[in-house]
Design a protein around this ligand. Sequence first.
Ligand code: SAH
Length: 222
Amino acid sequence: MTFDQQLQAWGEKLAFHYHFLFHYKNCPFGPELQEAWNHRYALFSKFDQGIKTDAVGLYSVTPEKTAKEIASRVNADTIVDAFCGIGGSVIAFAAVAKKVYAIDQDSNRLALARHNAQIYNRNNVEFIQGDFLQLAAQQKADAVFLDPPWGGPAALDKPTFALNDFSPSGRQLLDLAFRYFPQVILRVPAQFNFRELAEYRYTVQDNFLEGRLISKTVYFHA
Ligand code: SAH
């Protein structure tokens, strides 16, 4: 971590403790997700302005800082967010791109994403319900962002993480993404095994939150 990142981590930890002390609430989804719930203001700075989530959305959302970090590295007019969840990444992409296509196969979660994007006044997003594997061929855009499910909160306890641990499989997703999109971005767990990507050229971004490495983002080179 650089000194700047260190400083930022302190600020983030301070904000977390402040919210923990003065805005503590029991997690509506039960004690297993209390930890994620305690971090809700890091997930969405506008959480109290009406952000809605479900349990899956809460533990899988891209935190706002990470989403901005990723969006700032992507140079594209049009972006497909292939697994949009409750819209954390969508909100950041819509601030830098002309148009975002947000796909999720779960219609309830897609509705939450649509609602949350409204809270941030993002009006350049088209929400599409369906399976990305089916939709990829017909969905034109400059870039595709892949944040497929990691297999629930337990995934974080795995010592290493492979392409096949994503569902759908990361291998299948990458093949599809390279076939239809000029730029491909993949968000992976911190313990991802990069040896599996030996055949590709890419740059990796470390995503820190409160001083912890929470994910890595892979930007594939054309
Ligand atoms: N980046 C998102 C979180 C993604 S969670 C955010 O910031 O909120 C992964 C999402 O993928 C879940 O909402 C799940 O419903 C969706 N999903 C799983 N398989 C899918 C598929 N084949 N096609 C489209 N969406 C899928």
